[in-house]
Structures are given as structure tokens and as C-alpha cells.
Design a protein around this ligand. Sequence first.
Ligand code: PEP
Length: 255
Amino acid sequence: MPERKPYISGNWKMFKTAAEAGDFVVALSAAIGPEADRAVDVGLCASFTSLATLVAATQGTGIRVSAQNMHQADEGAFTGEVSARMLAEVGVNGVVLGHSERRQLFGETDAALKEKVPVALEHGFEPILCVGETEEEREAGDTERRLRAQVQEDLASVREDRLADVVIAYEPIWAIGTGKVATPDEAQEAVSFVRALVADRSPTAADEVRILYGGSVKPENAAEILGQADVDGALVGGASLHPDDLAAIVAAAAG
Ligand code: PEP
């Protein structure tokens, strides 16, 4: 079975100006040390206005930079949107797609994600595809049905040989920004189910694809969640706003 390198990425949501982002990188890289000594991939997902600063500030640190959304078209009459070509020019490594805040507050659909994920891959980005159920869906016993619908549709246009280039983040919506965290068993069960869904397309890709957990991960709970067999890392919102907290989560991922 291939080794999956742990991956910790901060998702800043709509926090931090470009100047604040630059200062953060200085503090974070001092706290996590040089890339050569690191057994964990580290990333930051930031607002469009901070990306150029982040790309410059992270040179030589190995810290990956991702946008938080992207339109599927190369260009067009889509006021307020940003294309993959535009992100490529800035030099980002990846893009978060389908975050629950975009799905719930801004009408992101699985139909659009089905187009966005392959476009991101074609432009050389690492898509971080977020999937997850609401509290009502979990209570109704609908978690697997919801995850199956999202994973199958969002990845439907990705070729089998590219599936492992996608990073999937299992983010139960009831745990995002709420302080409620999935138990390690709940995280493992859902993440292994997502891996099984990838295996339905390609068993090889399922062994290789990195699947992260996201939802109120903090320095205090990170080690237990990251210790689960199928959990390959974390997408971290609130705690990623503080370089020392993010560094502590990176240390937990290193084991
Ligand atoms: C997120 O924004 O993806 C997230 C997981 O947020 P938080 O860690 O604050 O729950």
C-alpha cells in the first residue's frame, strides 16, 4: 500500500489581508521549520487578494498556496468570478472546491463541481474537494447517501488516472466553525466510506488519494483524529488563523 504523506492545510475563509498573510508566513515557517525536515505537507487557502503575496512569501518554504474558489469557464461574463487561467498566472498550487460555506451560502452545486474539478486538474492545480453532511442528514441516517451523491457527481468527469491527484476533505457541516468535532471513530468511518467510493472507480487511486478531515480541528484534538487509519490530514479553519496553533497541528500530524 502506498504511503500517503500527511497534509495539513489552513483555510482562512474571509480573514487576513495581504499584509497580514505575509506576516503569518514568516511566523508559520519559523514555527514549522525547513521543508527538508518536514514529513507533512502544509498549505494555506486564502482570499484572492492575498494569493500573490502568499505565493511570493512562501517561496522556498514548501508551504502550498490555494485559492478558495474558482469558476469552471476560462473566461466570460461572470462578474465577481475568477478563472483557472487567472489563478495559474498568480502561481497558486491548488484550489478549494465545494466548501460547505460556498455550497450553503453561495449556491455552489454538484453540477458545477463536476466541471470545476477536472478544469482545476487540467490547469495543474491540486483541487481540495470538500464533501460532508448536515446535522439533519446525519441524524436521519443519511450521511452515506449524501457523501455518495457528492463524491460520485463531483468526481464524475475526472479520469481514473487523475483521481489520486484530487485531495478530498470530509467536512461534516455540523462540525465546521461550531466547536463540535466528530469523534475519531466518526471521522474514520466517514473517511473510509469516501475512500471506498473512490475505490469503486479505481482501487489504485483509493490507496493513493489523500482524504482529510475538517471540522473544529484544534491542537488539543488533532492527534487523536489524525491517528485514524484513513485520515490523511486536516483542513483547518478557525485554528489556522494563529500560526502557533497551525504549527501544533502540523506537529501532531508528524506523529
Ligand atoms: C473549514 O473552514 O474548512 C473548517 C474546517 O473550519 P473550522 O476548523 O473552523 O471548523
